[in-house]
Design a protein around this ligand. Structure first.
Ligand code: UN1
Length: 518
């Protein structure tokens, strides 16, 4: 960032507060990462400037990390869960103190608006609070034994080393969804953040490392590894990692799932979405427009939960179309740290190419461009990553509509007849993450939520597709991967269940009434 801009947005100070102050002069690995591999440079999509350099993890380094993590686990698993919760509480407190600088770094390195950067850190704070409460509740069931004088119950024990592979679009929150739960469950974590947002990874690692140090706890409870998919493969193929939690594309998820399954490990997958909002004749138009626009252009269309399709009843179609086009005219695109702007840049020039290719493709498939897209040029857009959010009238059957393009392109689809027709369109894609219906009609809403309704992991009424709260389980079906992170009982995947049967008599009766006398 230019010196003037850095001063305007307080970026240097933010980096300083996150322990990244010296980073421009050299490389940072984050504590407990022995990085001796190649160097990745992190360029900001906001202004194209180099923010810092991070050393990647070689196979040798990875072995050191795994030794530290495995040793830390033998200690951490014996710490009572509420005490582990206390450490997570302190981590949440540190995040409260550092919310602004971390939100700024997220915004500057990833490109989302500062408001959304702050929201992401808030999501981390929320999951810490949730995990603290949960640390006193990791309960199993008790059952009645069929044998006299026997007691049966189940309990949950920590799993071990949890591997986390996260994407650039939520460079800090998705890590914390996993770690906050894994830590209170007694696991230790090894994290490979996206190579597109490595400094966010180092910043988070610095924060938790300080909490661990203050509590005289082993550093290996939280480990960082850096690099591209090859570094991720160290974990997916490693038997010492019983659970790999991966967020990213469907393509990546299929590779991870197969590698982990080949060694009978567990994977938790949160992959692509192709999220739709159904707009019925009973929809509130104002709410629909706000929900759809935020869903489509928030994070420049790079959320897994971004709204990609609007399925509008033909009786409302022209009205909704007009309202959307009017709303898009008011969007301000520019530096995401400037709070006057609504939309920031895409993550990099490759993402811009994918956006352009998608717009070309939808035209050749017969789509009608309503709000023209395009790459912005000029001094304010010198990184080359700023694009105009586009709206296209299309058909659900178009190949490009069936794909998740990580960019602000909204497809308008029309339906007629009953809500079941809209639901069929909504379900007519391979992804199954988030979905929504805008309606004040109870019958339509309940039909959408019924077993014959939306097939997604998230189904909302009178709310857009993005912006889920941490209290619910987050994830989706079909090619979204089936995993659930964050709230509800998602914690169970981070633990192993053990069924215990205790005999307090002097006899040894066998189950199922089998006789076996000696
Ligand atoms: C993601 O895009 O991977 O529901 C996560 C949302 C956010 C999380 C998105 N709370 O939009």
């Amino acid at each position: 960032m230019s010196n003037v801009a850095a001063a305007t947005f307080g970026l240097d100070e933010a980096l300083e507060q996150l322990g990244l102050g010296e980073i421009n002069e050299g490389t940072s690995t984050g504590s407990n990462n022995f990085g001796s591999g190649e160097v990745i440079e992190s360029y900001s999509p906001v202004d194209g400037d180099l923010i810092g350099k991070v050393t990647t993890t070689s196979k040798e380094d990875y072995e050191k990390v795994m030794t530290a993590a495995s040793q830390a686990f033998t200690f951490w698993r014996k710490v009572p869960a509420p005490q582990r919760g206390e450490v997570v509480r302190q981590f949440g407190e540190k995040l409260r103190e550092l919310k602004e600088p971390l939100g700024k770094l997220v915004s500057y390195e990833m490109g989302k608006s500062y408001q959304e950067g702050l929201g992401e850190v808030q999501e981390m704070i929320d999951i810490c609070d949730f995990a603290v409460g949960l640390s006193r509740q990791l309960h199993g069931l008790t059952m009645h034994s069929e044998r006299p004088g026997h007691r049966m119950y189940e309990q949950y024990h920590p799993l071990g080393v949890v591997g986390i592979i996260s994407a650039f679009n939520f460079p800090v929150a998705v890590w914390s969804w996993n770690t906050a739960l894994a830590w209170i469950c007694g696991d230790v974590c090894v994290w490979k953040p996206s190579e597109k947002t490595p400094l966010c990874g180092v910043a988070c690692q610095n924060i938790i490392a300080e909490v661990l140090k203050e509590n005289n706890l082993p550093e290996g409870i939280s480990c960082l590894i850096n690099g591209d998919y090859k570094v991720g493969e160290f974990m997916t193929h490693d038997k010492r990692v019983p659970l790999v939690s991966a967020t990213g594309s469907i393509r990546m998820g299929k590779i991870v799932a197969q590698a982990v399954a080949a060694r009978l490990g567990k994977s938790l997958l949160e992959l692509g979405g192709n999220n739709a909002i159904i707009v019925t004749p009973d929809a509130d138009i104002k709410m629909t427009v706000i929900g759809a626009v935020f869903g489509a252009v928030g994070t420049a269309g790079q959320r897994c939960t971004s709204t990609r399709r609007l399925i509008i009843h033909d009786s409302m179609y022209d009205q909704v179309k007009k309202a959307l086009v009017d709303a898009y005219r008011q969007l301000r695109i520019g530096n995401p740290l400037d709070e006057n702007n609504h939309v920031g840049p895409l993550i990099d020039k490759d993402a811009v190419k994918m956006y352009e290719a998608a717009l070309e493709k939808v035209k050749t498939e017969g789509g009608n461009i309503l709000v023209e897209g395009g790459v912005l040029t000029g001094e304010a857009y010198e990184s080359g990553c700023y694009v105009k959010p586009a709206i296209v009238e299309a058909e659900n059957s178009f190949d490009i509509v069936q794909e998740e393009t990580f960019a602000p392109i909204l497809y308008l689809l029309k339906y007629s007849g009953g809500v079941e027709n809209a639901i069929a369109i909504q379900n007519g894609v391979v992804q199954g993450l988030s979905s929504a219906i805008m309606t004040n009609n109870l019958r339509e809403a309940e039909q959408f939520l019924s077993a014959a309704g939306s097939d997604c992991g998230i189904a909302n009424v009178n709310i857009g597709t993005s912006g889920a709260e941490i209290g619910g389980a987050f994830g989706g079906e079909k090619e979204t991967g089936g995993g659930r992170e964050s709230g509800s009982d998602a914690w169970k995947i981070y633990m192993r269940r053990q069924t215990n049967t205790i005999n307090y008599t002097t006899e040894l009766p066998l189950a199922q009434g089998i006789k076996f006398d000696l």
